[in-house]
Design a protein around this ligand. Sequence first.
Ligand code: ZN
Length: 211
Amino acid sequence: MHENTAENSVILCRSCDLAIRKRALPTGVRALCPRCNTALYDTPYCSVNGMLALCITALVFYFPANFFPVLEIHFLGSIRTTTVFQGAFAVFDQGYWVVGIAVLAAAVVGPGLLILSILIQLLIVKWGLDSPLGRHSLKQLLKFQGLLSQLTMLEIYVISFLVSSFQLSDFSDIYFGMGTFCFTMLFLVTLFLQREYDIEHMWGLLMQERH
Ligand SMILES: [Zn+2]
């Protein structure tokens, strides 16, 4: 029971179903199946400091991404700018409140909570693993992590944004604002963060210190 669960779990090879005991790998190394050479898992374990840097970068882009204009439409002499926030409220106003809530949740609230949650987890791992309060909070945050990463759908938002701008560009001039740049950067940084973040590894860190 005192073993580190993340690093002693048994996994199955995706191609040949061979059971393999998972072990900790040095950074930059990939585990291959001994029977069929399929790549099993590599070390996504970015250093805690690396993830911390990604988190802070994401937070820096978060606010301008949501509150600066992402789109500037020039149409018959009139200029309109839109932020992600206004976009969500515009759909809301037209009566599509379910869509409005979905946009707010997936593009604004979800990513914000996700980044904050990972940031707090990293701070606990770095400085708070010895205190019972730190361990308790980390456990609760890890339990909610799955839900949060499902809620975050920045990529869907980015795709629909691109599709609608191309459609609009047929009859009006489209300019991208500061918000577009920040939103794209937020999207990329969150993508890297989610790739580096490994929930099993975080659980492992929580279990590790107990004995
Ligand atoms: Zn295999």
